[in-house]
Ligand binder design. Structure first.
Ligand code: SF4
Length: 400
């Protein structure tokens, strides 16, 4: 299976998105602690590692850990806002260190919308420069885009722009806003959209990409909003192929191994033909409206067949739909016996390393950063997240 592991190398950032799901914490990594986690991915037979954050380019040893991961045989990726990658020397350094694939997050090609979403002015030009630099250095590029209230109506406009101006970008990923963590949770009113608000523009965007021969994935979107492109749902692909995902968080959650992909469902989901392969609605119940979900009655196995016979993704190659059904039924049965995961996170019953740490200096830096962010939040009308200080202790904004 083509499992990719996520490693949060830092949790601070040089942008200030009001819906950030992984904002600052006092936890830090050194090269030595990151190395342990990379080794863990290698031992588990993972295909690659995604270096993420916060903004991973802010870790001074990023090139060193990228080189180490590559030397261990992992496919090395990074999720970034592109701010530092806009420096051609830095892009070259990362490429030489072994970075093979970069996910640059751009939410809107409208400068004013991007500025509102980023909390920082003039980020778009640097992100476009980052795309250029990555391409010049032979790094594969994805565009990552979080769907929010502010860009939900023009996802297709973004794609038109990229096809025309950055034709070398061949893969796009959308993340439907997950209101269960960080500032996304405390600022739901400003950023949460109704699913219907993005339905048309998302469908147009996917069609544009499909017609141009490009590929895409959509995360955290119920299948009833993906219609003909249900095969592109990240969760559905993982459910169908039985894949897992490990995220090494730099907070008190530490290592999370996710093996179950279902989330919230509405009553109508019970009669939906896609229920067994749909991740449902990513929410705890007060962000999206379950009344927006509607059962569909389409051929589930046709979607499965598109996934397991996808020539661009050989991770489940060579099996017939009949074989898949047998294997899937067995997996469903075993998942039913295990029951739902306890709490918000599923560790798959696994013993996984807890490595990110807090010390006096990281606490001092965090305290300083938190105060600066709180001032910025007050200026922008953003509500700060409740944060985990250390060892699960929680403090509200007022406590800082
Ligand atoms: S109705 Fe429920 S199970 Fe069916 S596609 Fe929508 S969210 Fe998924």
């Amino acid at each position: 299976m083509a499992n990719l592991g996520y490693l949060q190398v830092v949790r601070h950032c040089n942008h200030f998105c009001g819906f950030c799901s992984n904002p600052s914490t006092p936890y830090v990594h050194t090269f030595e602690t990151m190395k342990v986690l990379v080794d863990d991915f290698v031992e588990r037979g993972y295909y690659g590692v995604i270096l993420t954050g916060g903004e991973p380019t802010l870790h001074e040893e990023l090139p060193v850990i990228a080189r180490y991961a590559r030397d261990q045989g992992l496919h090395v990726r990074m999720i970034t806002n592109g701010h530092k990658l806009a420096d051609p020397r830095f892009a070259k350094e990362l490429a030489e260190a072994g970075l093979q694939h970069v996910h640059v997050s751009i939410y809107s090609v409208r400068e004013d919308v991007e500025e509102k979403l980023r909390g920082i002015p003039k980020t778009l030009g640097r992100a476009f420069q980052a795309l250029h630099n990555a391409n010049e250095n032979g790094i594969d590029i994805n565009i990552n885009c979080v769907i929010t209230k502010m860009n939900a109506d023009h996802l297709d406009e973004n794609i038109e722009y990229f096809i025309e101006n950055h034709p070398y970008i061949r893969h796009f990923v959308w993340n439907n806003l997950d209101p269960s963590m960080g500032r996304a949770e405390t600022n739901m009113n400003s950023y949460m959209h109704r699913l219907a608000e993005c339905e048309t523009s998302l469908h147009r965007a996917l069609r544009l990409l499909h017609n141009s021969g490009r590929t895409f994935r959509v995360e955290k979107m119920p299948l009833c909003y993906l219609t003909e492109f249900a095969w592109a749902s990240t969760e559905t692909r993982k459910i169908v192929k039985g894949e897992e995902r490990i995220v090494h968080f730099l907070d008190s959650k530490q290592t999370v191994r996710q093996t179950q992909w279902g989330h919230m469902y509405a009553d109508g989901c019970r009669i939906c033909s896609l229920r067994t392969i749909c991740g449902g609605m990513f929410d705890r119940g007060d962000g999206y409206d379950p009344a927006e979900l509607y059962p569909v009655f389409v051929d589930r196995d046709r979607i499965v067949s598109q996934i397991i016979h996808d020539g661009t993704d050989p991770s489940y190659a060579g099996r017939s739909i009949d074989d898949w059904r047998v294997e899937f039924e067995a997996r469903l049965e075993s998942a039913q016996q295990m029951g739902p995961p306890e709490g918000d996170y599923d560790n798959g019953g696994d013993q996984t390393p807890e490595i990110g740490f807090v010390n006096e200096s990281s606490m001092r830096l965090f305290s300083k950063k938190r105060k600066a962010e709180s001032r910025m939040a007050a200026r922008k009308g953003v509500t700060m997240e409740t944060t985990e200080v250390a060892l699960g202790e929680k403090r509200s904004q007022e406590a800082w």
